[in-house]
Design a protein around this ligand. Structure first.
Ligand code: OAD
Ligand code: ZN
Length: 240
């Protein structure tokens, strides 16, 4: 861990690229793997833009179920450790694929939610967006144009919000250390962000109990749960 400590201390821009594994210990299932959500549910029927256009009520039912589950969950030790590290590393960023709002709740700053936020809504007709409110009903209607509102998340078949994606590339391309936490790196385009960091000669630190395609080329592949490993990374900043 000591060479990693030096890199972290010297780092001028640290980035945390996170995926669903970081929220596992908060009680939110991951998507792939043994107990993954996509083992139980078919994303093409429940989480794609074509499914939403065919049957918005069904897609909303799925997202309301997930909202309910997520709203009972709290940030894990991993979310909290990142927020603590960020207090000491002012220029650091969180680029997350998660829609669960837990980085926000943990007090992180400089967060880009690349796949949106499950507690928001957006209108594909007029662009209206706001926080979701249970009184809106299912499926909610746009107060501006009356069209059916979409959950404020990126569905399969949709592009990432252009501004956020451009900003994420800029941040990844200018970081000197990138922690890749709890993601299988299966989903494009987010899974190319480590390559932008590498082009800038950033140190790549993967934190995951399983190997991914990145593990072999990462500078540090730390096999373990994010909730065990990230507090130790925070401790590195403390010991003199
Ligand atoms: P995945 O479910 O694909 O991957 C979760 C990763 O977390 C796996 O590599 C696990 O090994 C790892 N993991 C499990 N437990 C962990 C723990 N305690 N600590 C650290 N890592 C752990 O989830 P994502 O890569 O986030 O997109 O999936 C990316 C996107 O695919 C999601 O944002 C979602 C999904 O379909 C959309 O819905 C558009
Ligand atoms: Zn509208």
């Amino acid at each position: 861990m000591y060479p990693l400590r030096d890199f972290l201390i010297k780092s001028k821009r640290a980035v945390f690229l996170t995926g669903s594994g970081i929220s596992k210990e908060s009680g939110i299932p991951t998507f792939r793997g043994k107990d993954g959500l996509w083992k139980q549910y078919d994303p093409s029927k429940l989480a794609s833009i074509s499914a939403f256009l065919d049957n918005p009520a069904l897609v909303w039912e799925f997202y309301r179920y997930r909202q309910d589950l997520i709203s009972k969950c709290h940030p894990s030790r991993a979310h909290l450790a990142i927020s603590q590290i960020q207090k000491e590393k002012e220029n650091s960023w969180v680029l997350t694929q998660n829609v669960d709002n837990l980085h926000n709740q943990a007090g992180s700053k400089n967060i880009i939610e690349l796949h949106g936020n499950i507690f928001r809504i957006s209108c594909i007709n007029c662009g209206y967006n706001d926080n979701y409110n249970v009184i809106m009903g299912v499926p909610p209607r746009c107060p501006k144009c009356g069209d059916v509102l979409k959950p404020g998340v990126v569905l399969f078949g949709e592009s990432l919000p252009q501004k956020d994606w451009a900003k994420a590339i800029e941040i990844a391309s200018s970081c000197d250390i990138m922690f890749v936490v709890g993601t299988s790196l299966n989903v494009s385009p987010v899974n190319i962000l480590p390559s932008y960091a590498k082009e800038n000669n950033a140190v790549i630190v993967e934190i995951n109990p399983e190997l991914t395609w990145l593990s072999e080329s990462a500078d540090f592949s730390l096999k373990g749960s994010a909730s065990d490993v990230l507090p130790k990374i925070h401790d590195l900043l403390k010991c003199g």
